[in-house]
Design a protein around this ligand. Structure first.
Ligand SMILES: Cc1cc2nc3c(=O)[nH]c(=O)nc-3n(C[C@H](O)[C@H](O)[C@H](O)COP(=O)(O)O)c2cc1C
Length: 191
């Protein structure tokens, strides 16, 4: 029978959403049935139950060092089911800091391991992906968020020597890293 996977994400500006969609594509290519749910846009009473799923991926974008509330609430709601270890659990984040490969271990520690410890779940696999700094006209970021991110990006430019276009869309996600994570999750699902 086809394995069923749920990808439940919270995304403020669309980066985690696009990563979720790419992971879904990889899993579908591997013959899995995938449902992708935007936890912010979907009322919590309409969040799918986990019963029919063999694996679950939960994801969040990072803003001011924090996950969005909804994916944390989702993990808390299903903590008991995840603790039984009957389903594979994967976690991932999209963060500006993790755009620099050398920062990813720290990002995993600060923003995934700490959340797992706080909530009391242990994922089978987790990873930190880079983010999008979208300063373009079509950006989903509000003026205040853009200004805050611009300030942070100046610091990042200085510290890590990366170039940031202050008027454009800067996409620092590593799609090979993302697809490789999805393939590893698919392997886990088959084991
Ligand atoms: C106001 C604001 C605050 C942010 N704070 C952080 C932060 O504390 N750490 C970080 O690594 N990235 C931070 N970012 C960058 C986001 O994590 C990055 O843009 C990510 O791709 C957002 O994912 P999303 O679009 O799925 O919400 C921030 C972005 C904004 C706009």
């Amino acid at each position: 029978m086809d394995k069923k996977v749920l990808i439940a994400y919270g995304s403020r500006y669309g980066s985690t959403e696009e990563i979720s969609q790419e992971i879904a594509k990889v899993l579908e290519k591997q013959g899995m049935q995938v449902q992708v749910v935007d936890l912010k846009k979907t009322k919590s009473k309409d969040w799918p139950s986990l019963e029919s799923f063999d694996g679950v991926l939960v994801a969040s974008g990072i803003r001011i060092m924090k996950w969005m509330n909804e994916p944390q609430e989702f993990l808390k709601k299903h903590r008991g089911e995840f603790q039984k270890k009957e389903k594979k659990l994967g976690l991932f984040i999209s963060s500006g800091f993790a755009s620099i490969p050398e920062n990813r271990e720290k990002a995993k520690n600060d923003w995934i391991e700490k959340v797992m410890n706080k909530i009391g779940v242990k994922a089978d696999i987790y990873d930190a992906f880079g983010g999008v700094y979208d300063f373009s006209e079509s950006s989903r970021m509000g003026g205040l968020d853009k200004r805050m991110l611009k300030m942070a990006s100046k610091g990042m430019s200085k510290e890590f020597g990366i170039e940031i276009d202050e008027k454009g869309r800067n996409d620092f996600r590593d799609w090979d890293q993302i697809r490789s994570f999805a393939e590893k999750f698919a392997e886990l699902m088959k084991s």
